[in-house]
Ligand binder design. Structure first.
Ligand SMILES: [Zn+2]
Length: 275
């Protein structure tokens, strides 16, 4: 039997355009006739859960927020990072209102300064992803797709494991030096492998001058292992562009202690963003 209380559940607080326009999803999100996605406020349960950082990894938090606040996205893991940023900004707005205060640490003197933003201003400036998603590498045309929440979660887990390993080595200091070096070396190897695998996941296909396409993952991986650093960097920089394209969250900061001026961006790490 359907729950008769269902009609009294929370309603969407806003409808937004996604930077991806719903592309790159295996099942496209359900959008309104105007092509917009419904964003719901966080539930009490979400808020309680976010206050318990022990249980959390940023990637897990992001998945939970998308699942709860943007339920018309079929599989939260497929959410592009640009879309996830927009969903978080809007979810925060419909849950807590206009104001966002963030703290930035000065790179010169390490003093923290607070900055205030109006979330509706950020939402009003949501942009679509660049239509062009390829990079020319020599005679090849490499078609890319933006990173997803699933990919970012994987990277987050690896970064966390690395910090835990460093802590363990620093605190215990029991392992012989040789063993420490060995652990760090094997970890560095894993990180490099992951950088290649991540990049491979972002490559949709490679077009050759004769018009043929290669999308076989092993072939793409082999190719990645045989290109120059500058080419590797060009691919990563295009992916960064796709990931960061949706929201204008850069700002000019000026340290209140030493007046140092620098450019930075609002951290979209969900635990601090909703904290
Ligand atoms: Zn300073």
């Amino acid at each position: 039997m359907e729950n008769p209380l269902k009609q009294y559940f929370r309603a969407p607080g806003a409808f937004i355009k996604l930077p991806s326009k719903g592309m790159f999803y295996s099942v496209p999100p359900k959008l309104s006739v105007e092509g917009e996605l419904a964003i719901y406020p966080m539930t009490a349960e979400d808020e309680l859960w976010l206050k318990n950082p022990d249980a959390l990894l940023n990637g897990e938090a992001l998945k939970r927020i998308v699942a709860s606040c943007a339920p018309d996205i079929h599989n939260p893991e497929e959410t592009t990072i640009a879309d996830a940023d927009v969903i978080m900004v809007t979810a925060r707005f419909v849950t807590y209102g206009d104001d966002l205060t963030v703290s930035s640490e000065c790179p010169t003197c390490q003093e923290n300064t607070d900055y205030s933003f109006k979330l509706p201003d950020i939402i009003a400036n949501i942009r679509e992803m660049p239509a062009e998603t390829f990079v020319n590498i020599n005679e090849l045309k490499v078609f890319l797709k933006p990173s997803t929440v699933a990919l970012q979660t994987k990277q987050g887990v690896a970064a966390l494991q690395y910090r835990m390993l460093l802590n363990k080595l620093a605190v215990e200091n029991k392992e012989p030096e040789e063993r420490q070096q060995e652990l760090l070396k094997s970890f560095a190897h894993n990180v490099t492998t992951m950088q290649f695998e991540t990049l491979r996941e972002n490559i949709v296909k490679i077009e050759m001058p004769d018009g043929n396409h290669v999308s076989n993952k092993d072939h793409v991986k082999d190719w990645l292992k045989n290109i120059k650093k500058v080419e590797f960097d060009a691919l990563n920089s295009k992916i960064d562009d796709l990931n960061n394209s949706g929201t204008d969250i850069d700002y000019n900061a000026e340290c209140r202690a030493c007046s140092h001026k620098y450019n930075t961006r609002i951290s979209m790490d969900p635990i601090s963003f909703f904290g």
